[in-house]
Ligand binder design. Structure first.
Ligand SMILES: Cc1cc2nc3c(=O)[nH]c(=O)nc-3n(C[C@H](O)[C@H](O)[C@H](O)COP(=O)(O)OP(=O)(O)OC[C@H]3O[C@@H](n4cnc5c(N)ncnc54)[C@H](O)[C@@H]3O)c2cc1C
Length: 609
């Protein structure tokens, strides 16, 4: 039952200081106070804080998971203090206040947040949801509403929440039944409806809960287009600062198999006709189009990147835990020398395979997510509007990959970590069992991974007449052209990356042809696999870029240098991933080209047997 925090920030340091051109971001006026030299200190400080403050409370979330007491959720006892500490010490939401000095870029914060995710993937919901709601209010709400809600969100008195899902509206967000009726007070609406699965939607760790809620104003269009966004405080805040209940009830609490410490609740708004909410932005236009989805998408996209961040943190932590176990567990003799003494299992070929798969793929996941945050920083801060738009288009292309590729892989990787422990991995005595339960949610919520796959194919591939996504592919071509000759050590890997790129472009062409032939159902049946190979292609590119940098260090580093094995590991990650994982790109292209319709031809009746 004991969680174990084993995070090693070495790779994050490399990505920030050597791989990404972080200096580009630090040049922005807003970040003038920060330099590359500060990165080591920030990572160390956060690692220490996470190890001492957050990690020790992970077990509390598992043992004392939330309960309903007199209609309110009661959370893990130690989490309130940790939430307040984070928010008040500036490690949480306050970092995202656009009006404050001394904040750090998203990409730097992401490297720090990955450690929090690794230490307690369920706790991270508290600060992350508050931050997501905070950003939406700061971007879209009036100064008056910002003044009312933002200070309490920054200092930990308030908890932010995202209220989209309803019993009959999961993936079909546009079918939500929550309604909003105008009142005599401008901008204030009466709200009636119910929401389910609301993360951090109640608890005893905050004074107030700020529900960002999608609802339909009477007369607005059906579907997602007609939705508007409301700020609904659980306790209404009067102008003199006093509060009163706002007719929001917690009607249930989910009994989850993972992230158990974070209360996930169902809520009823306005059962007594006394629930009020503030409209964010404008009422629906004359055609009945509301602004809610666009506004909420800011939070949803943020959560999608966080799915990737959590996947990286949890999978990496369990990989390091498994590697430690494998160094200690002695079992079996070397296959190539059966007369030798028994050896630690880390020396066995298949155990090394599992660790290598974990190491290389978590590095891919981390790289994808960090690259996305890097583009986000450019898109929000660059003085050149055209470059901001360019970066935002890149970011948009990466959202579904960072959400879905990462979370699908993390689940598989932690299953492999369990496998490395043998039977012990199947017990709750080792941390991998809880980690695999904790990580599963990332493929399910925030738009299931199938929804992300179709988003990639139908929206992100054609974005800006296809130029945005084509730019990501062009980067691969440019990289190969620029480095292939100079790095003969990776001749095989460059050749395979080039082959995968051409194959992926062929895959796009085949998919487009299916669309033109009206075979959208066939595309849907392959969509998840197309998303996977997209992650693999981009990931292989990023790992080879990193391997080229690492190789330049190896040329100048003796074997006994303290960083030798780190850089050697980076080159081996790239070699393993490109030679043994990347071939899935052309295998999948062949599969899609063949267009086997078996799935489409399955009558549902066969699934009874
Ligand atoms: C722990 C937890 C926390 C959550 N936190 C929040 C939160 O804070 N706020 C919030 O609003 N929601 C939250 N959710 C809800 C979550 O976002 C939804 O569960 C998710 O969007 C999926 O909806 P659903 O469960 O209704 O599944 P369904 O929509 O019923 O989907 C079931 C399956 O069918 C597939 N499917 C559905 N429609 C289609 C289609 N058209 N084509 C092909 N396949 C389809 C899906 O991909 C999925 O595999 C949370 C859920 C959980 C479990």
């Amino acid at each position: 039952m004991t969680a174990k925090y084993s995070y090693n920030p070495r790779d994050a340091r490399f990505l920030l200081k050597e791989w990404l051109p972080l200096a580009d971001i630090l040049n922005y006026e807003r970040y003038q106070d920060l330099s590359l030299d500060d990165i080591d200190g920030l990572l160390e400080q956060m690692n220490r804080m996470v190890a001492n403050v957050i990690a020790p409370t992970n077990d509390d979330g598992e043992i004392n998971h939330p309960r309903l007491v007199n209609g309110r959720a009661v959370g893990p006892p130690s989490w309130k203090e940790v939430y307040q500490y984070l928010q008040q010490q500036g490690w949480g939401t306050a970092n995202f206040d656009r009006n404050a000095d001394g904040t750090m870029p998203e990409v730097v914060y992401a490297a720090l947040a990955e450690m929090m995710c690794a230490a307690s993937p369920a706790f991270i919901y508290y600060p992350a949801l508050t931050t997501g709601a905070f950003k939406v209010i700061q971007t879209y709400a009036s100064p008056c509403l910002q003044q009312k809600f933002l200070p309490g969100m920054m200092d930990g008195r308030f908890q932010g929440c995202m209220c989209i899902t309803e019993p009959s509206a999961g993936t079909d967000v546009g079918d939500g039944l929550t309604r909003a009726l105008p009142t005599d007070e401008p901008g204030i609406y009466k709200i009636k409806g119910s929401k389910i699965f609301i993360s951090a939607g109640d608890g005893d760790h905050a004074e107030n809960f700020i529900y960002l809620t999608l609802a339909r104003i009477s007369g607005a269009k059906a579907g997602t287009k007609g939705l508007s966004l409301f700020i609904i405080p659980r306790f209404w805040i009067n102008d003199d600062g006093s509060t009163e209940p706002n007719d929001v009830e917690t009607t249930g609490i989910e009994n989850k198999f993972g992230i158990r410490g974070c209360p996930t609740v169902s809520l009823a708004f306005g059962d007594n006709d006394r629930c009020r909410g503030y409209l964010v932005g404008n009422p629906p236009d004359e055609q009945g189009n509301g602004e809610g989805m666009v506004q909420m998408f800011q939070m949803m996209n943020g959560k999608r990147l966080e799915c990737g961040l959590t996947s990286a943190g949890v999978a990496a932590n369990e990989y390091w835990n498994a590697a430690t176990y494998c160094r200690e567990r002695v079992q079996g003799r070397p296959l190539t020398n059966p007369r030798a003494d028994r050896v630690p299992i880390i020396q066995h070929e298949d155990v090394k395979r599992m660790l290598m798969l974990n190491k290389a793929t978590t590095e891919v996941i981390r790289s994808l997510v960090m690259k996305a945050y890097f583009y986000q920083d450019i898109s929000e801060n660059d003085p050149d509007l055209a470059r901001r738009k360019w970066a935002f288009a890149r970011l948009e292309c990466l959202f579904p990959i960072c959400k879905a590729y990462t979370s699908d892989e993390a689940w598989i990787l932690i299953c492999e970590s369990i496998q490395t422990y043998g039977g012990y991995g199947f017990t709750e005595d080792y941390p991998a069992a809880r980690a695999v339960r904790d990580t599963k949610i990332n493929s399910l919520y925030e738009g299931t991974n199938y929804i992300q796959s179709m988003d990639l194919i139908t929206r992100k591939w054609p974005l800006h007449k296809g130029q945005a996504f084509a730019g990501l592919l062009q980067d691969i071509d440019n990289f190969i052209a620029a480095h292939k000759q100079a790095c003969p050590e990776f001749g095989r890997e460059f050749a395979k990356l080039g082959k995968a790129l051409r194959s992926y472009q062929e895959l796009q062409g085949i998919t487009l042809a299916y669309f033109q032939q009206g075979k959208i159902d066939l595309v849907a049946s392959f969509a998840r696999r197309i998303l996977t190979v997209t992650g693999q292609l981009l990931g292989a590119h990023f790992l080879l870029e990193q391997a080229v940098i690492a190789q330049s260090h190896l040329r100048e580093t003796e074997k006994d240098h303290y960083d030798y094995n780190y850089y050697l590991g980076k080159t081996l990650s790239a070699r393993f991933y490109i030679n043994q994982i990347l071939p899935n790109v052309w295998n999948t292209t062949d599969l899609v080209k063949e267009g086997d319709p078996t799935i489409l031809n399955c009558p549902e009746e066969i699934f009874a047997y």
